[in-house]
Design a protein around this ligand. Structure first.
Ligand SMILES: Nc1ncnc2c1ncn2[C@@H]1O[C@H](COP(=O)(O)OP(=O)(O)O)[C@@H](O)[C@H]1O
Ligand SMILES: [Mg+2]
Length: 268
């Protein structure tokens, strides 16, 4: 195995901490976070509310700065990675601009960086096809279902061909069936584009289905307690969801989250 240097790693956090000042004293949102995400790797962050998942993602995205430790993306500072458009972001609410069409919403990151018209339009068409919205590019967000809006947000996050995707509960507001369909689409897109993904979720099966590794976090102070290897040795499709290996990994993550083995029905 070759040694990975910092520039090969999509994310490298070393001893990262975040303290928020507050009226009632300081809030220790994150402490001693050591985490690496390899190029092309899919890593989920899971844990109870308030354990610092969103904070960690926001630090990686340079939407806020750590108060301790070191954070690099492909060997660069988070700020430089942001300026270089090294990552795309998708959060729980699709956050589309209602006065723009689907095509124009997808094109936002491209317009921001002044892509030439022809190249921009070709890229938008390609992305609409990737997320199955070719017939809807002329529609407005309020003419779309929640699942379709979220697909627009995912297409937008992919627009500038980022090497890294940062996603904070992107499927949190969707019904279970739509959610599973979008999980399968995201798994396919991540495999096709080779992008690394850092994905925040509350759902154990969602984390296990999508991820190569699941990072389990715990609150007060927010920190990493376990890292569970969940890389499947088969394709990520519906058969995987029903396989014994899948259930075994779900159980492993659940036990890590609860800090102790879960008592099974047949052991009572
Ligand atoms: N801007 C902020 N100011 C003060 N405290 C914050 C801020 N953002 C988050 N926190 C606190 O940091 C902790 C972690 O929050 P967060 O990262 O949102 O958790 P999660 O996404 O895992 O639910 C919580 O205690 C939260 O109240
Ligand atoms: Mg959160």
């Amino acid at each position: 195995m070759t040694t990975q240097t910092a520039t090969d790693l999509a994310v490298r956090a070393t001893g990262v901490g975040k303290v928020f000042p507050s009226a009632g004293g300081e809030v220790n949102a994150l402490t001693g976070v050591d985490l690496t995400v390899a190029a092309g790797e899919f890593v989920s962050l899971i844990g109870p509310s308030g354990c610092g998942k969103s904070t960690l993602l926001r630090l990686i995205a340079d939407l806020d700065s750590p108060t301790g430790g070191e954070l690099t993306l492909y060997g660069k500072s988070a700020r430089q990675a942001r300026l270089d458009q090294d990552y795309g972001i998708a959060f729980q609410q699709a956050a589309l601009l209602p006065w723009l069409t689907v095509a124009a919403n997808i094109a936002l990151p491209l317009d921001l960086h002044k892509w030439p018209r022809a190249r921009r339009d070709a890229r938008v068409a390609e992305l609409a096809e990737l997320v199955g919205l070719t017939d809807f590019v002329g529609r407005y967000p309020d003419q779309l279902s929640g699942g379709m809006q979220q697909r627009v947000a995912i297409a937008r996050s992919l627009a500038a061909q980022p090497k890294l995707l940062l996603m904070d509960e992107p499927f949190g507001a969707l019904d279970e069936m739509t959610r599973e369909r979008l999980q399968s689409e995201l798994a396919r897109i991540a495999a096709e584009t080779g992008a690394a993904v850092v994905f925040v979720t509350h759902s154990i099966p969602e984390a296990v289905f999508l991820s190569d590794r699941v990072v389990v976090m715990s609150p007060r102070p927010g920190r990493i307690t376990h890292v569970v290897d969940t890389r499947p040795d088969r394709e990520r499709d519906d058969d995987l969801r029903e396989s014994p290996e899948f259930f075994a990994r779900v159980t492993a993550v659940r036990e890590a989250l609860h800090g102790a083995p879960v008592q099974r029905a047949n052991e009572r």
